[in-house]
Design a protein around this ligand. Structure first.
Ligand SMILES: [Zn+2]
Length: 281
């Protein structure tokens, strides 16, 4: 297990330091223990009583560490799919109206949030939209593309810093597709999409690609570039805004097919066709 600081993305640390954590945060990583470590760190930030949050030493932090903090609740995934069920979300909704015991806000951690069925996600969405009091929702995902779009759009999404090589590979595949989208040759896009030849890496690559396209959309609207990826800028200049928005849909759809076990080469070739179509919208 790496040091917590090396896992937390810079943007998230900056928000914590500036006291500007949004009320719903989705953390993404393929490393489950890294996800729960970061969720607890963030929960500690929310409930810690010291000036340097989370201190890890005050009574609140110690209670959290032993899993006994009354204002921090971690939902329990269950069943074959190991996902949080609607009964659990209903229990959280009922608990959410009760005032916090010791802190200024209540914290709900939802592990495997991207594995939840539509019904619990929708029930949770209602709570996210109208929290009865100050709350922090932390959604843990292997891939945030598994969240309903309505939920994803209400969360600030942070990808945990990767340790392994898998994520590097996914990032490189996503960048190849983004580069191909900036070129006029159709064949490079087909090659880049067909390089997605492993289901899990493809899912991760689609997550990276979605992030690139999202940043390019923002860059196209505001003219500002977050981070220092010149590819994002190039993409924002090569594809119109409505094309980029349509691309997000195509990527989300491809990820959905992958999760439903649709044939991988069918998914990647359909993705290439859809992206090409989106490009000229
Ligand atoms: Zn503390």
């Amino acid at each position: 297990m790496a040091e917590i600081n090396s896992l937390i993305p810079k943007e998230l640390s900056a928000l914590m330091a500036g006291n500007r954590i949004p009320h719903a945060v989705a953390l993404e990583s393929s490393d489950k223990s890294a996800l729960s470590e970061c969720a607890n760190y963030l929960a500690g930030w929310a409930i810690c009583k010291s000036s340097n949050r989370p201190c890890g030493e005050c009574a609140a932090c110690r209670k959290l560490k032993s899993g006994n903090h009354p204002d921090v609740y971690t939902a329990k995934p269950e069943g074959k799919k190991n996902a949080v069920k609607i009964s659990e979300i209903r229990a959280i909704c009922a608990d959410s109206v009760i005032k916090p015991n010791e802190s200024d806000c209540k914290v709900y951690i939802i592990p495997e949030a991207d594995k939840m069925e539509a019904a619990p996600q929708n029930a949770f969405l209602k709570l996210m939209e109208e929290p009865p009091q100050p709350m922090l929702f932390i959604l843990l995902c292997e891939n945030t593309l598994g969240l309903l779009r309505t939920i994803r759009s209400r969360c600030s999404v942070f990808k945990l810093n990767a340790e392994g090589g898998d994520d590097e590979q996914a990032k490189a595949l996503a960048e190849d597709i983004a580069k191909a989208l900036c070129q006029s040759k159709e064949i490079s896009l087909i090659y880049a999409c067909c390089a997605l030849d492993d289901r899990q890496t493809a899912l991760n690559a689609l997550g990276c690609l979605s992030e690139l396209v999202r940043s390019a959309t923002v860059c196209g609207i505001t003219g500002t570039l977050s981070g220092d990826n010149p590819l994002v800028k190039e993409l924002s200049m090569s594809v119109k805004r409505r094309g980029l928005i349509a691309m997000q849909e195509s990527i989300a759809k491809a990820a959905d097919y992958l999760r439903k076990n649709v044939n991988l080469s069918l998914v990647s070739s359909t993705l290439a066709i859809n992206l090409r179509y989106n490009k000229y919208l």
